[in-house]
Design a protein around this ligand. Structure first.
Ligand code: GLN
Length: 306
């Protein structure tokens, strides 16, 4: 990718993204998230040779929210193995909202996939006896190559006071014997992991690690097994944008994961990692600017998988 071309495409994408911002809304169901600056927008692209392209608000800290589901899945696959993990969670798109509960009760004996709340709580239950929150914080810092990641206590407490629905999901999982862990402990770990403060740059670094098959490009160190990366990216492609995953796969064709804090992480295999921050969300809870920006980047830089 030529530097001049990438910078021009990024500027264009930022413009396209900015125009989307008024059409979305900042998440308020976690009251603390409602304080985010709606017009913030950042885009970071990380290349294997160490080049970092940045535009806009790439160093503002915001909470990772659902993108932490990718980190938990990596840890669970590495620690417990795919066979054990997929006893507790499926690998099929749900076609439902990220916090949906009804179809879990009516149709499924396990959550549809690890990228929705029920699935992440189930995945985390497979590691909760083996790792502490502090271990997961250090692991997140490692995967994102960002020692500055910390727990955002305000967001954590705010979500803990408004997470009845996630609690209901955890109780339902327990009643179906999908999880055996204590519900309070599961919700505490899940919510803390959602409340980690990252930047668009940290997300680009993590996306690059996945795009590079699990090897950190600047050190050559393998941080994730190849199988883990293949599984995680496949699930991001099919399920990472909740009930918007199918359209996103068609239009963008890049494994991507969103979070209601406004983050978007996209991993272009063999090419680059992309991190976006924009807290104005569409109706499905995806960064509204980021979705349009990804369309533009994909078409102008030829990033679509197919
Ligand atoms: N912490 C959020 C929740 O459980 C994460 C959801 C998201 O980012 N989509 O509702």
């Amino acid at each position: 990718m030529e530097e001049q071309q990438v910078r021009a495409v990024m500027e264009e994408a930022m413009e396209i993204g900015r125009r989307q911002i008024p059409h979305g809304a900042v998440a308020t169901y976690i009251p603390e998230l409602g304080k985010a600056r709606k017009d913030a927008l950042g885009l970071c692209i990380a290349l294997p040779d160490g080049t970092l392209y940045k535009a806009g608000d790439t160093n503002i800290r915001f909470t990772i929210q659902s993108i932490s589901k990718v980190i938990s899945l990596c840890k669970a696959l590495e620690l417990r193995g795919a066979e054990e993990v997929f006893v507790h969670v499926g690998m099929e798109p749900s076609g439902e909202a990220f916090n949906s509960i009804v179809e879990l009760d009516l149709q499924a004996n396990r959550p549809f996939n690890p990228m929705i709340n029920s699935g992440a709580i189930a995945v985390e239950s497979t590691i909760i006896d083996y790792v502490s929150f502090e271990d997961m914080l250090a692991y997140s810092q490692l995967l994102c190559d960002d020692p500055g990641i910390t727990l955002n206590r305000q967001v954590y407490h705010s979500e803990m006071n408004s997470c009845d629905r996630n609690r209901a999901i955890a109780y339902l999982l327990k009643s179906k014997e999908i999880i055996t862990a204590n519900v309070d402990n599961s919700i505490e770990l899940y919510t803390k992991l959602c409340s980690l403060n990252v930047t668009a740059e940290s997300l680009a670094n993590f996306a690059l690690l996945l795009a590079n098959g699990g090897i950190r490009p600047n050190t050559g160190e393998r941080l994730l097994a190849e199988d883990t990366v293949r599984t995680v990216l496949s699930i991001m492609l099919t399920c990472g944008m909740y009930d918007g995953s199918g359209r996103f796969a068609v239009e963008v064709g890049v494994p991507t994961k969103s979070g209601v804090g406004g983050g978007l992480m996209a991993s272009v295999y063999g090419k680059c990692g992309i991190g976006i921050f924009g807290p104005s969300l569409d109706k499905k809870g995806n960064c509204i600017a980021g979705c349009e920006m990804m369309k533009q980047l994909s078409s102008k830089l030829g990033l679509h998988l197919f």
